[in-house]
Ligand binder design. Sequence first.
Ligand SMILES: NC(=O)c1ccc[n+]([C@@H]2O[C@H](COP(=O)([O-])OP(=O)(O)OC[C@H]3O[C@@H](n4cnc5c(N)ncnc54)[C@H](OP(=O)(O)O)[C@@H]3O)[C@@H](O)[C@H]2O)c1
Length: 261
Amino acid sequence: MDKIAIIGAGKLGCAIADGLLESGLHPTDLSLSRRNTKALKKYADNGTLVTTINSDAIEKTSIIILCVKPQKTKEVLTQLTPQLTDQIIISTVTGIELSDLKVILKKELPLFRAMPNTAAAIKQSMTCISTIDSNENQQKQVETIFKNLGETVFIDDDLMASATVLAASGIAFALRYLRASMQGGIEIGFSSELSQKIAAQTLKGAAELILQHGNHPESEIDKVTTPQGITITGLNKMEQEGFSSSIIQGIVASKNKIDNL
Ligand SMILES: NC(=O)c1ccc[n+]([C@@H]2O[C@H](COP(=O)([O-])OP(=O)(O)OC[C@H]3O[C@@H](n4cnc5c(N)ncnc54)[C@H](OP(=O)(O)O)[C@@H]3O)[C@@H](O)[C@H]2O)c1
């Protein structure tokens, strides 16, 4: 694998670093930077270059992954620009489009945006990736990096805000469903711990059924709804209370919010 630098090795940067190291990247082929490096000791102990100086971190690297907060992006990229020739730049920064990055960099480089979600910590992220000025080989390299953290899809950059809502905020939406299921489970007799386990594994199983079979959710729902049965009674009550509608409206409200930031 090529040498990789992660600039802004915080929560997401370290999750990416862990995925890369576990998938066989040699520690000396990785460099990490942030201003306070105390939390990066375990990487330094294994031979990874850990530094507070971003320009040192990107020396001799061909892939740079930017994981700083949005408000730091311009300052950090501007500082690195003189050293950039043909490196692949991957920004994980929320809300900064590829066209904005190109304006900041003032040069043509293979540019990528990647939007993972917090399930990257357990290698179950859904990472949406967009790109400009890159070739197929570079796209494969970037895809491989994020495959270490879960699933990946390439999308148009103008869908990145929607990806942020559906995949990154989507974790919170799914967990609210889980919390509600747990509360229902407690009401019908389970302890909190048991209710959490049963509801979480059921949610995971439902998602796996769709991912592994590729069926529409309704066809799996049909398999558990008998006429005049228990499941359809519960489903119809949920819909009467606005279940699907509230989820769709919530997703649209989040998208409106991100569009107006
Ligand atoms: N967490 C996620 O799941 C997730 C998902 C999708 C996208 N994102 C995006 O990823 C970015 C990082 O998010 P995060 O949750 O990982 O935040 P985070 O934990 O705060 O990480 C950001 C890191 O940047 C470092 N930093 C600040 N200024 C710096 C500078 N001048 N040079 C080098 N490093 C600097 C900070 O450390 P010091 O203060 O020690 O420098 C911090 O460790 C954000 O833009 C976020 O929108 C995150």
